[in-house]
Design a protein around this ligand. Structure first.
Ligand SMILES: C[S@@+](CC[C@H](N)C(=O)[O-])C[C@H]1O[C@@H](n2cnc3c(N)ncnc32)[C@H](O)[C@@H]1O
Length: 289
């Protein structure tokens, strides 16, 4: 049943209190849509118990399973393979070949990537495909490189889907932008899951996933050469964006690349410098002022 403005108004104090809690613990920007989602969750509880339920949630820390379960009901996990192909083309045509070349020249055949706010993993696997392609374009074997693609997200449920690596179910078509040449990285599922496609063992071997809140000062790892944090900042308020930028800065190596969503821009003083590459939103990590 659709949640209306009246429903939000009916539980206004609880909605406001949970909205502020979401802003504080995971950076989500308060808006009408978020208010309606919260009101929808509240309506699943008897009217007389909603206040106590909300107070209980607010008192829980951001890593509490009940609080995380609540977050999952209000966050947006829309994603698909090869989202923003123009940006990924710049990565594969320009930055990846240069990075691989400099690593190979230094005898350091490794690369670390981080997909922050990866949802069900399509972004992380897309990046892994591009790295495999770039290695193949050098006439080299991926087995001679150490490649890690870490996907992180606040939602554990969505990460379980990333680990599983099976796509094509009802809803948004994960493959709608997948170039034909990359279809070989997926194999059709059989039996009950016929119609779906599973990522190749090679891709599965490159990627790992972990739960991480971008409001945490510490990233889920360090020494990343490239971070992708696309279509996440749009849900954050300004203070939350700054916190996330801090975590991304700490996670990347000096000179590492940060790929953002098409409408995202970093303010001066963020410790990143925009790379001149047309409409593709790519920043390079510099020193903090
Ligand atoms: C719209 S999806 C973006 C997926 C992918 N990056 C893309 O561009 O296709 C946004 C993701 O950000 C995650 N997210 C929201 N707040 C977060 C936070 N504070 N820390 C980490 N992930 C968060 C959500 O769970 C969701 O999966």
């Amino acid at each position: 049943m659709a949640v209306t403005g009246d429903d939000v108004a009916q539980d206004a104090p609880e909605v406001a209190c949970l909205m502020e809690d979401l802003r504080r613990k995971c950076g989500l920007k308060p808006d009408d849509l978020l208010g309606r989602k919260i009101a929808g969750v509240l309506r699943q509880h008897p009217a007389g118990k909603r206040r106590a339920w909300a107070d209980d949630l607010v008192a829980r820390p951001p890593d509490d399973p009940a609080w995380l379960a609540f977050v999952e009901t209000v966050t947006v996990h829309e994603t698909y393979f090869f989202r923003d192909p123009a940006q990924l083309a710049v990565l594969s045509d320009r930055f990846l070949p240069a990075l691989l070349e400099s690593r190979a020249a230094a005898g350091k055949r490794f690369l670390r990537l981080w997909s922050a706010g990866c949802a069900s993993g399509e972004e992380a696997y897309s990046a892994a495909i591009l790295v495999l392609d770039a290695i193949a374009a050098r006439g080299e074997n991926a087995r001679d490189w150490s490649i890690t693609v870490l996907g992180s997200d606040i939602s554990r449920t969505i990460l379980a889907r990333a680990w599983e690596g099976i796509y094509g179910g009802p809803g948004l078509n994960a493959f709608r932008r997948l170039p034909d040449r990359h279809a070989r990285h997926f194999t059709p599922c059989m039996g009950e899951r016929a119609g779906l496609r599973r990522i190749s063992d090679e891709l599965a071997g490159l990627a790992a996933f972990c739960q991480h809140n971008l409001m945490d000062a510490q990233p889920p790892g360090t020494g990343f050469d490239i971070a992708l944090c696309r279509n996440v900042f749009i849900y954050f308020d300004e203070a939350a964006q700054q916190r996330a930028v801090g975590a991304l800065h700490r996670g990347l190596v000096d000179g590492g690349l940060l790929l953002l969503g098409v409408t995202d821009r970093l303010p001066p003083g963020s410790g990143f410098v925009r790379e001149p590459c047309g409409t593709a939103v790519i920043y390079r990590r510099g020193a903090l002022p």
